[in-house]
Design a protein around this ligand. Sequence first.
Ligand SMILES: [Fe+2]
Length: 436
Amino acid sequence: MTSSLLPVSLFCGFLCVPTLADADVYSIVANPAEDCSTHMNIGWQADLDETNSRIIYTAKSDTSWTHTSTAQGKFERSDIFDGNNSKKPTGEDWKEEAKFLDYGVTLSGLTPDTEYMYKVTGKTNESTVHYFKTAGAKEFTFVWISDIHTYTPIPSRVKNANAVMEAAMKIEPKADFVFSTGDIVAWGGSYSFWRYLFDQPFAKDYMFATVIGNHDWMRRTGGGGSSDFFRVALNNPTNGYAGQEGVCYWFIYGDVLFLTFNNELMKRGPSEEEAAKTWAAGVIEKQKGKYQKIFIAEHYQWFDARNGRSSWYDHWKDFCDKYNVTLALSGNNHVYERTVPLRADKVVADGQGTVYMEAPSSDGERGVEAGKLTMNTDKLAFTYSSHEHSNKTEVKTIGCVLVRVSPKAITTKLVYLDENHAAQVADEHVTRLDGK
Ligand SMILES: [Fe+2]
């Protein structure tokens, strides 16, 4: 590819139809490292002749870039997206053109509780400035989003997700990172969708941790998908179990151990599910002392918020009880849901059980309508979706969740855009962890 390195978003913000502008280095994103107080993973892709791409970084307070450090990324060639059936932004059928060097680096020796800025250099130019914040503060906040289904022919999906994240950041201007429970792209096999996603403001301004969803795994045609699309597009820690390195992963941010799972594997059967649980139990044991709380995250919903029927809750409740999981995060249902604390399948007091939550969808198009709950009504504290239809079967939900973590409480707030695209806050809730 030839170069004009400024990313598309600089020219048109997120309101225009995306173009696949040429650049030497692209899809730049900060992903968590195991210990986010002193380490951070940065991932990007580069043209095949960019064998010397580097990252330059410094504290955000070093505004003149006088105390920079440089890190050389490691790379390997990837052709896994090339030739996949896809679509252009115009909606035209297209085969992806994506042969590149997949770069990654783990920055180390960072100062805790500090904002950093970085840019990636190519042969002739460098990227715009990106940012992340290290862990280390006693309290932290993340914006939790799900089911964006990034799709270049319909840019309103990403535009809606951006708008609701922006609304959330206005409420919590000091948000530390963005977390996602998957389906961030419509087809994982379409590299152009990933690249478009990483051109969005949130990917530039925050560390981004995400979980593989069925859409991130799938390709447009041909049946079957691959976890490798997700593995290559991101630069997650490679601390998952055999075959899941860079797909399932764990990280510690503040006093929370986050564990992420791959439903596309676990849904195959009990032994795949057991392998994930065995890995997670081992991490929990080995990292003991380095965290105070455990959050688990998978794509598929715990409950179906159309009627309250339990779904993946049944698969994980024993695990959550055994290991005292504080918060269980999921998506996929396209409906917001929060339970009261649960243990042994019963409602318990704050701090005595696990709260299971689902983030709503955020694309304003593929929402599922929340229905009357007829099952598990004692467990489900709140559900939300838009009731305005985008088509016969789907609704226009645009939401995300603010999660504030302090030593003795978890505070969650649903942020959504109503029919007039005005930001609303609902289900503000504090779960006390000290039994008070
Ligand atoms: Fe989805």
